[in-house]
Design a binder for this molecule. Structure first.
Ligand code: ADP
Length: 591
């Protein structure tokens, strides 16, 4: 199973910076508001210190009242500012998450089909649900907490330095041990908790299987065995729990001590230097109160660091989608292809559209070759039918021609360039593969058609529907605005297929590969659709995987594929005259 790539640190850092840069104003407002709130929060301890000094200097009740009122005003201001800061922060978070989701969707849609198939939908589903949600929670809830806590801490420590540099230095004494023990803890915590979880799961498993298989255990006298097994599992759980407890019993005491240490040190050293007139009692009190205030943001920082790390890991996985290096699936390449290359429309005559297969061999994963040295040249504007028994490799050849898979050996080229080298957007515009798998998206008929050509007018959409014989659309209650899909109007398989063909008419590619495209339609509808399509596709190259031989009969040339080999190639008449495999097929089909 192929794994989707995971973005490296540099890419994650750039993307995070980009996320902030795209909403610069909001980020600035959030920072200013939080900063102002934190500054308002600093005032209270400082004013308390002033009260202490006033009282120590024999000041009266009036001065104390004035200062107390100022404290009240500051607390109120801090509350209001934090409220607006949080509001602005959440709005920014929601916008950022919405952008992340949109980017993720467009990167996912640009992924090569073969990569998605190889990676499995589970991987992509996990990234689009669990990882995107984790990043969302981190951006919305964790980043603001970290920003606020960091701002508060910087201001608190800054304020202590302003009181007196000596007090500031003393205040910093707790930080190195907090930093060191957190690093130490985080490194060990994850594997230790994972081991604890795994051991607990194993114990549960051992106990339930013993209980469920009690009769067998008794019949075969396995009791002692099972008890020994259970005891061993209990021993494991005990050992892993002991390990995590050991981590906690180091981490929490060290952190708690690191909180208390600088407060004690500030009081001690402050008390020591105060008589020398270096600091006032009020300043020492204020510094101690600031340190007390710093405990809460420090706690929150520690608590959220792990979540932030998990968020970063998920962000790397989310950004990794679309980082497939082997082709132009990155959005920038796609964008340049969409803007830089003139749209080829109308009739096909150039060598640009010549589809050539040379010595193509292909195998799925590590399996045996299912195509053996295919040689084929499709002339621009011709209609080629590919026929052959089931399992001969027709669909596989169609995938190679459409550039979904690359041959293991040999080359499939369009206008001299390997098809798989074309940027996906350009390739899809030039070659369209239509299979039996077609999807009606929830939305209006117009939305469903606009996937193929976003700029198409209503008239163009109507004529595309008419061209494929989708007359049913005239009976729809709201015309192009009729809601389709789950819970709304359900289309029959035949109608859905016609919708897919109408999309194709709008997309207007030079080369169409129809892989059993009309197989789901009843013979009458199929013939009608094929005829309608034939009118639309004139001048275009059409490669049709044909299982109704009338398609082959109408084609310019017929290629017969047997067991992964191209055994016959020529016009219907030539092949019938040659009296080979095709002639036999034709006779048996024609009765
Ligand atoms: P056809 O379209 O002529 O019926 P296919 O191209 O579907 O033939 O299949 C050719 C061979 O490749 C078959 O042996 C089939 O079992 C095998 N095959 C097709 N798709 C896959 C796949 N996704 N993984 C592995 N083998 C596959």
């Amino acid at each position: 199973m192929t794994r989707l790539p995971v973005a490296d640190r540099a890419v994650v850092r750039r993307a995070a910076r980009d996320l902030l840069a795209r909403d610069r104003r909001a980020v600035a407002i959030v920072l200013v508001l939080h900063g102002a709130a934190a500054i308002a929060g600093l005032a209270a301890p400082w004013l308390l210190g002033r009260i202490v000094d006033e009282v120590a200097a024999g000041g009266g009740a009036a001065a104390v009242d004035r200062l107390a009122l100022a404290i009240g005003v500051c607390v109120l201001a801090q509350g209001l500012l934090s409220r607006y800061a949080q509001y602005a922060g959440h709005r920014f978070g929601e916008r950022a998450v919405a952008r992340l989701r949109e980017d993720f969707v467009s990167r996912t849609l640009d992924l090569p089909v073969s990569l998605v198939e190889r990676a499995g939908t589970g991987e992509l589903a996990t990234r689009s649900s669990v990882d995107v949600t984790t990043v969302g929670t981190t951006v919305r809830d964790v980043v603001p907490v970290i920003v606020i806590a960091t701002t508060q801490l910087s201001l608190l420590y800054g304020a202590i330095f302003l009181l007196h540099p000596l007090l500031g230095l003393v205040a910093l004494t707790g930080l190195p041990s907090i930093f060191a023990v957190t690093r130490w803890y985080l490194r060990r915590a994850r594997p230790a908790y994972l081991a604890e979880g795994a051991a607990t799961a194993e114990l549960t498993e051992a106990l339930t299987t013993t209980a469920e298989g009690a009769r067998t255990v008794e019949a075969l006298r396995l009791g002692a065995d099972r008890i020994a097994h259970g005891t061993q599992r209990i021993g494991q759980v005990w050992a892993t729990r002991r390990a995590t407890l050991a981590l906690r019993s180091v981490f929490f005491p060290v952190v708690e001590a690191s909180y208390a240490l600088p407060i004690a040190a500030v009081l001690l050293i402050g008390g020591f230097v105060m008589p020398r007139g270096m600091v006032t009692l009020g300043e020492v009190v204020a510094a101690a109160l600031y340190l007390q205030q710093a405990i809460d943001p420090l706690d929150r920082l520690l608590q959220w660091t792990e979540q932030a790390q998990r968020g970063l890991a998920s962000f790397a996985r989310v950004l990794g989608v679309g980082q497939e290096p082997d082709n132009g699936s990155r959005p920038d390449t796609v964008a340049s292809a969409a803007h830089g290359i003139p749209e080829p429309r109308g009739t096909v005559s150039t060598a640009e559209e010549r589809l050539v297969v040379r010595g193509a061999r292909f195998s799925y994963a590590d399996g045996p070759d299912v195509l053996h040295g295919i040689e084929l040249e499709v002339h621009p504007g011709e209609r080629l039918a590919i026929v052959g028994p089931s399992g001969a490799g027709k669909s596989t050849l169609a995938r190679l021609l459409a550039g979904i898979d690359a041959p293991r050996e040999g080359v499939v080229s369009l206008g001299g360039r390997p098809v798989t080298d074309l940027p996906p957007a350009e390739r899809r515009r030039r070659i369209a593969l239509v299979t039996q798998e077609h999807h009606v998206f929830i939305g209006s008929l117009r939305d469903n058609l606009a996937f193929a050509a976003s700029g198409a007018s209503d008239d163009q959409m109507r004529s595309a529907l008419a061209a494929v014989g989708a007359d049913w659309y005239t009976d729809l209650p709201d015309g192009l605005d009729t809601q389709l899909g789950d819970g709304a109007r359900e289309l029959s398989a035949a109608d859905a297929q016609q919708l897919a063909l109408a999309r194709l008419v709008l997309a207007d590619p030079h080369t169409l590969i129809l892989d059993e495209a009309t197989a789901a339609l009843d013979p009458t509808t199929a013939r009608r659709t094929e005829r309608a399509l034939a009118a639309v596709v004139s001048g275009r190259t059409v490669i049709a995987i044909a299982h109704r031989l009338n398609t082959a009969h109408d084609a310019d040339r017929v290629a017969v594929l047997e067991d992964g080999r191209l055994t016959e190639l020529g016009s219907h008449d030539d092949l019938v005259n040659a009296d080979g495999a095709y002639a036999a097929l034709w006779r048996s089909w024609h009765g």
